[in-house]
Design a binder for this molecule. Sequence first.
Ligand SMILES: C[S@@+](CC[C@H](N)C(=O)[O-])C[C@H]1O[C@@H](n2cnc3c(N)ncnc32)[C@H](O)[C@@H]1O
Length: 286
Amino acid sequence: MKTTDLVKTATKFIELHTDQSYQESKIEAEEIFMHVLGMSKPKMYSNSSISMTEDEEKQISYILNKRKNDKPLSYILKNHLFYKHNFYVDEGVLIPRSETESIIDQILVKGDELYKENNRCSFLDAGCGSGCVGITIAIERPKWNVVLSDISMEAIIISKKNSQLLNQNNIKLVCGDWLKPFRANSFDFIFSNPPYISISDHRVDKSVLHNEPSSAIFSGIDGLDDIKEIIKSSKKILSDRGMLFMENGINQTNKISHLLESNEFTDISIHLDYNNHNRFTSSRKK
Ligand SMILES: C[S@@+](CC[C@H](N)C(=O)[O-])C[C@H]1O[C@@H](n2cnc3c(N)ncnc32)[C@H](O)[C@@H]1O
């Protein structure tokens, strides 16, 4: 069958059975074929027709049928591309988001400044989930000391698996409640993408609600319970002039800036995501 026809049929199936647009469905359909056939997109389209084995056909229809129940494709394929690398993901961890990916370069810039000042950068990814941020940082900056932590043992196991898949054996993994496992002055840089959605926010996508861990998403009435805890305890755990860099909901940056000020953080900056939303704050311990 012609490659374009195969992709078109799968695209229409996904569009019909999910809330996705035709364009989004096409991206997924291509990802499914690339995954099953083990081919890059250019290679796939360079063949005007594809002959699939019976097993490959079965795999494609298995994936499409799972997708019919709105299970996210990344959980079905047990894979998600983040920044430059493929990460193993399953229902035990949040699927990495493109918003988070959008800040990696800025984290590297800020961390490089710290490295220049102190000739070291000890970096914590607090609430690591799949490990996508911390492991990416460890790959990009092999001289930094990178620690990943999470309260969920499942997340720690998945982060370990990803660190092994990506050959990053110099990463330390810690299971515990935010910064409680760490001593004073342990880190020069703390990054966190904590849960930040209000428990009363009814706009959360059905597929997210039904499939992703709620402990990775919700944080009290105003969505700020975890952020407040991280700010308060970072004061102790960061080294002098150390940096706290957090992801947040789009309407939370003003409140967070005030919280940072009242906890004696300085150099407070707001950073945008790909969609130009106020999505991150960075600040320094005085
Ligand atoms: C929004 S997810 C972020 C996951 C990952 N960093 C990412 O960007 O894809 C938040 C993570 O915080 C973890 N978490 C929630 N409460 C925590 C706590 N009290 N201490 C440590 N981690 C916590 C969750 O298990 C989850 O993995």
